[in-house]
Design a protein around this ligand. Structure first.
Ligand code: 0A1
Ligand code: ZN
Length: 849
């Protein structure tokens, strides 16, 4: 039977599966084009279910044979699965299928990467391995036997047999099929061990391809820190004898939390000082933690259905951000998270792809691994913690683990533990899970007779996803400063529940300056008419590090908007305020580096569109360049001292102290390059003994229109290191001037190393184009056309990565009619491609609206 039209699945239609799976035994006979998978599965009727039809998912499988209780059967097979009459009561299902791992370019199910077998089963990849009820609420105990001529044969759980060409793994913890994993190949292990709080020794292995052994140490340390942190902060102990991580080169996402066998995109785990930047190290530490934390929030307690994805992802992102805040600077982490939220989640929430943190319908679940589910999902948990307080948050989490261990749960289960612990009614809070869109929070203030009043009003624009939005609970952290900059009211949490609400502060000697939404206490857009002088005051005095940064950010945004629309010169308040920050040696260098960073050009485009002005990408680019030059000139005298202050002596370490210095040093170098034309950047490039300094120097040179010799030298030096060559592709595109970007990308796609089937390389090239705002939005439409050409080419090979990259077009309604019409033409061209995947079809349909 042929694929039918895409089907929409609804949360309200959930029904349990008709059978429990009591055990699963799988045998894999590995072969690149003809792997045989034998399954023996014990089914029993599920007493909770009303529908007992026997249906197993299965895709791209060749059924060899099937039997029930040892008797051969001939099931009715479609492209999506099979059905078969089954006896009353319990029975054993046995089946043999053949699959083609080498032909699996979609990287979902069992596939091959550089000669090694690996799997990716979340969300619905297990059905490409064998026939099975591939849904997260069906949990079972798996035993996996692997036959293949490889030195390393891995699966979930603990090893039972490990011999030449043969291994058996047993996972005692019931799990859904999406957490299944298998790896086989010529791998080498970097090994260590961890003793848990109850004294159990756990073997830790990081498996990599030969040659990558020198890039494992940091990931292993991050894993041990994560294990320790989860014990100390959440009371969670690891529960198997081994924990294995495998690095693979071809992977659609960052990493995957398979039980006891995490599979990582090699870019998310491999690092050495020479080949990885400070940013890479920090990202690796966070991803290792994220996947490890899933062992409890995702694996021991999983999701009932995919609508509940935020149950595991929002919570696990929240936990990994707590971990990073504890290990590094909490202020820097919070600011970085908000920058990321505004760059990726706000456009999603405010455009045609908007959906609630818990969506109510979807066609292709892979399209819902979004910034809304992950990052806004984490923000919602942060708000819940702010509302109930730290102590009740800890009690609620203890109850969650105790009550739901071993279960597949819902957001209702999650909120119930908080209601039970706190006696709060969370019905209104739940709207954060069901309403799409970014609330706007308008503020007006009033000063009278020693009383200062803040009048708030919240609004959520109606959207297709939420046609009749209702007020949400918004935790608003507020502090008040007196005119000298001293705090007269330390941070206080206001709980807003009405559409409009006022909060009065009495007994003040003078009109205070408010610091509102400290720490970004809710994911909203704050609307308040603030003069430049007040912003400059908060930039100089706010005691809340987030809002101090926010004041500088707002000054930057406002001056850039004026520069881009009226050709105004760079604002003096901004330049003076930044200079003071730059000079302030008491401030953490990483914090100063964040302060100096400009808002991205797409953030400016969004801000202009919001203010009713059609953004002009070229004018925005020009304004950003002009402001950077003005800043460099304004800071000219202090930059040499900053560069000296940021020099690191001694061996490279990616620790907070050194990383922080290099972050500020990198910013200072980019300003200096605007003045000296690249002399110091070239010197830094020549002397660099680590990738952070080498790459930041190269970026500065390219931004100054120099660096062609260094680009060539960089390639010669690193041509055998695929992760570094990804940087080489990406940097040339990131730094391309707008009218050359598409030409540069097109030339790079002709390069011998442009392996477009590798998702990392595709992202380093076409993904980098979409991040070069003015280049992608070049007025002649060359950026749009090039991206569409490549999306059309990639779609039949890898629908998931294609569909994700379509979101580059989600903001198209912001731009002028000429650009809109050019994008519209490309969207139409993609949509009308014969045989377009359901993944990409769904994305393009939603984006076109
Ligand atoms: N659960 C993983 C991410 C992940 C999601 C989907 C994938 O394929 C569709 C792969 C990985 C995480 O949160 O890290
Ligand atoms: Zn996750």
């Amino acid at each position: 039977m042929k694929d039918t039209a895409p089907q929409t699945i609804y949360l309200k239609d959930y029904t349990p599966f008709g059978f429990d799976v009591e055990s699963v035994h799988l045998t894999f006979d590995l072969s690149p084009n003809a792997t045989r998978v034998m399954s023996r599965i014990a089914f029993a009727p599920n007493p909770e279910a009303t529908d007992h039809r026997f249906y197993l998912h299965g895709k791209k499988l060749t059924l060899i044979k099937a039997a029930i209780n040892g008797e051969p059967v001939r099931p009715e097979v479609t492209d999506e699965g099979l059905t078969c009459p089954v006896p009353d009561g319990s029975f054993i299902w046995e089946c043999e299928v053949e699959i083609d791992p080498e032909g699996n370019t979609a990287l979902e199910g069992l596939y091959m990467s550089n000669g090694m077998y690996c799997t990716q089963c979340e969300a619905e990849g297990f059905r490409k391995i064998t026939y099975y009820p591939d849904r997260p609420d069906v949990m079972s105990v798996f035993t996996v036997e692997i036959k293949g001529p490889h030195p390393v044969l891995l699966s979930n759980g603990n090893p039972q047999v490990q011999g030449q060409g043969h291994a058996i793994w047993h996972d005692p913890w019931p799990k859904p099929a999406y957490l299944f994993a298998l790896v086989a190949g010529e791998l080498v292990a970097h090994s260590d061990s961890f003793t848990t709080c109850s004294g159990k020794a756990v073997d830790l292995n990081l498996y990599v391809r030969p040659g990558d052994e020198g890039k494992c140490a940091f990931g292993m340390e991050a894993l041990k820190k994560s294990m320790q942190w989860d014990e100390e902060v959440y009371g969670r102990e690891y529960d198997l004898d081994v924990f294995n991580i495998v690095a693979v080169d071809d992977f659609n996402m960052g990493a995957m939390e398979n039980k006891g066998l995490n599979v990582f995109n090699s870019s998310a785990v491999l690092a050495s000082p020479e080949t990885a930047t400070d940013g890479n190290f920090e990202r690796i530490e966070a991803i290792i933690a994220h996947e490890y934390f899933h062992n409890w929030t995702g694996n021991r307690i999983t999701c009932r259905d995919w609508f509940q994805l935020c149950l595991k992802e929002g919570l696990t992102v929240y936990r990994d951000s707590q971990f990073t805040s504890d290990l590094r600077s909490a202020a820097v982490k919070r600011i970085s998270d908000v920058i990321d939220l505004r760059a990726r989640q706000f456009p999603e929430d405010q455009g045609p792809l908007a959906h609630p943190v818990r969506p109510e319908s979807f066609q292709e679940i892979n399209n819902f691994y979004t910034a809304t589910v992950y990052e806004k999902g984490a923000e919602v948990i942060g708000m819940l913690k702010r509302l109930v307080g730290d102590a009740d948050y800890a009690r609620a989490l203890d109850l969650y683990f105790a009550r739901h261990d071993g279960q597949a749960c819902t957001i209702e289960d999650w909120l119930q533990v908080f209601e039970d612990v706190t006696d709060r009614d969370l019905a209104q809070f739940k709207r954060w899970y069901s309403q799409a869109g970014t609330p706007r929070l308008a503020v007006r203030d009033e000063w009278k007779d020693g009383t200062y009043t803040l009048h708030f009003s919240q609004s959520l624009p109606a959207s297709a996803a939420s046609p009749d939005p209702q007020p949400q609970v918004i935790p608003i952290s507020v502090g008040l400063l007196d005119p000298n900059g001293d705090e007269v009211l330390p941070t206080r949490m206001l709980e807003m529940t009405e559409a409009t609400q006022s909060f009065a502060f009495e007994g003040l000697a003078a009109r205070p300056v408010p610091s509102i939404l400290r720490g970004f206490s809710a994911p909203v857009v704050l609307d308040r008419d603030v003069g430049t002088a007040e912003r400059a005051f908060l930039l100089a005095h706010d005691t809340d590090p987030f809002n101090r940064w926010e004041a500088g950010r707002a000054l930057a945004r406002e001056t850039l908007m004026a520069m881009a629309t009226t050709g105004a010169p760079a604002g003096a308040d901004y330049l003076d305020g930044m200079l003071a920050v730059l000079r302030d040696a008491d401030l953490d260098p990483a914090y100063r580096a964040l302060m100096l960073g400009q808002p991205s050009q797409s953030e400016l485009a969004a801000a202009l569109a919001e203010a009713g002005t059609t953004p002009d990408p070229d004018a925005i680019w020009q304004a950003s360049e002009t402001l950077a030059l003005a800043m460099a000139q304004h800071a000219q005298d202090v930059l040499p001292r900053i560069l000296a202050e940021c020099r690191v002596d001694g061996p490279y370490r990616p620790d907070p102290d050194q990383t922080s210095k290099r972050a500020l040093g990198g910013r200072a170098l980019s300003l200096v390059t605007r003045l000296d034309g690249g002399t110091q950047a070239a010197a830094q490039y020549a002397a660099a003994d680590n990738m952070t300094l080498q790459l930041s120097a190269l970026g500065c040179l390219l931004a100054a229109g120099k660096g062609s010799a260094e680009v060539a030298a960089f390639y010669d030096q690193w041509q055998d290191d695929r992760l570094v060559i990804d940087k080489w592709f990406g940097m040339q595109i990131a730094q391309a001037v707008p009218d050359k970007a598409a030409t540069i990308v097109a030339a790079l796609t002709e390069h011998a190393d442009f392996n477009w089937k590798n998702p990392n390389r595709f992202r380093a090239t076409l993904g980098a184009l979409t991040m070069n705002h003015a280049g992608f939005h070049a007025a002649d439409g060359s950026g749009y056309r090039l991206l569409a050409d490549w999306l059309i080419r990639l779609d039949p090979v890898n629908p998931q990565t294609t569909a994700r990259m379509c979101s580059a077009f989600q903001t198209w309604r912001r731009y002028d009619s000429d650009r809109q019409s050019k994008i519209g033409t490309e969207l139409e061209r993609i949509a009308s491609t014969a045989g377009l995947s359901p993944d990409t079809t769904e994305m393009i349909t939603r984006i076109r609206g």
